[in-house]
Design a protein. Sequence first.
Lengths: 247, 247
Amino acid sequence: MNNNKVDKYIAQLSIDCVIFGFQNKELKVLVSKFKYGNNLWGLPGGYILKTESIEKAAARILKERTSLNNIYLEQFRVFGNENRIVKSEHRTQIRRDLKIYDAIEFNETTINWMTDRFVCIGFYALVDINKVKPIPGELDATIEWKKIKDLPTLTHDHKEIIDHALIALRRNLDEKILGFNLLPETFTMKDVQELYETIYDKPFARNNFQKKILDLNVLERLEKKFTGAQNKAPFLYRFIKNEQKKK
Amino acid sequence: MNNNKVDKYIAQLSIDCVIFGFQNKELKVLVSKFKYGNNLWGLPGGYILKTESIEKAAARILKERTSLNNIYLEQFRVFGNENRIVKSEHRTQIRRDLKIYDAIEFNETTINWMTDRFVCIGFYALVDINKVKPIPGELDATIEWKKIKDLPTLTHDHKEIIDHALIALRRNLDEKILGFNLLPETFTMKDVQELYETIYDKPFARNNFQKKILDLNVLERLEKKFTGAQNKAPFLYRFIKNEQKKK
DNA sequence: GCAAAAGTGTTAGTCTTACACCCATGA
DNA sequence: TCATGGGTGTAAGACTAACACTTTTGC
């Protein structure tokens, strides 16, 4: 990528992705440490090609960072404060470091373009964390899963974006039956319950939870899972998308 | 307004407003017939100043068309298809008519800017229809309230935008207690019920509805309203925003 | 007094929540 | 046989939906 950013992409409009994963009873988010700046972290983001829909742009950005296709993703809010980026505390440092980092790629025009005021469309994505091999973007030193309860300090308003993404996730989890996007192909009922308890940050009664989930009629019961633990082996389940089996 | 559109506003990003009003048991939307085009209708919209937040831009656009401040408004979705406007069936006509309409205001550069591909942020607004004196925008021949069930054919994807606005309104009506923004200062319970029945397009049981609404603890009961009808006079109510009186 | 419509109460049904019990598993 | 945790059943409570009855108003 180079100066033709200025020609290829829509100006002053970006996409930031809150990529949720679930592991060890923790909700995690994929965040990058940038090559520039001093220990500067932020959400994976990108720009929108002039010839590309915002949904395709988001899917492309996600693929770049996770190498996955067909990720569940959804826009949830636009962040459009007038001081986004331009008046950010980090802007001066970013401008300087971009110049140092690669003066050929990032000439004055490009840097001005990149550090102008931006309106940002927030998307959240739900992935099976085990399937993701995080790939750093062109400006990322590293890209890592971080616990949502233990995030590093993030640039700009990225913490606020994550907060809103979690609100949207909670709001849609039941209505759109999204949770299974965060689980592997097969899972136990306990896995589902721990996922829900993590997302909502509150406990659920075991039997009632099972009843509620099974009543959704979206799970297929498979064989038992023998773990070697000295207790009854739990059933495995698989999520069935098309509700052809609707009762 | 003139060529400095190109300098003042963010390019390729617009705001369209779905302004809801309620009258005669009908949900209505404020739409404009444009000066250009042939009987071309669309949503009140506008651009975002480079120095202005999207919320302030939406409020400004609303004020321009309704002369009201402090309107309830909320963003609900971004419309970002790659073919918005550029590949619209109306684009050629709009370009030609803009040139004819005012060749001084709208030179080639401006027309190109205005008919480029646009990403649009949808806001919906809720107003007391009696307080609004609709004001045509610079490109509007007329601006009128139209029944949502009897809309003229609209440009681009504006019908789709209204559909999504209604979905968002329904989704938020109870959760955020929005309905009273569509009613005058004082109203009867029947008014509220008719509003709800119109929005959800289904009937509610009178007694249960009253109980549900009163249980919200956001209404203050005022004097009775004597209409001259030969039946019991209904109470008037007023919406109280701050729930200081919370039981 | 009467029709119309507002106000209120009461019951039946459904859904949610809490408690209880039994069963499979491997040491 | 025992501790552990999984599967399931049932009853109490809360909420919702349906029905019924009374009251006010102006003719």
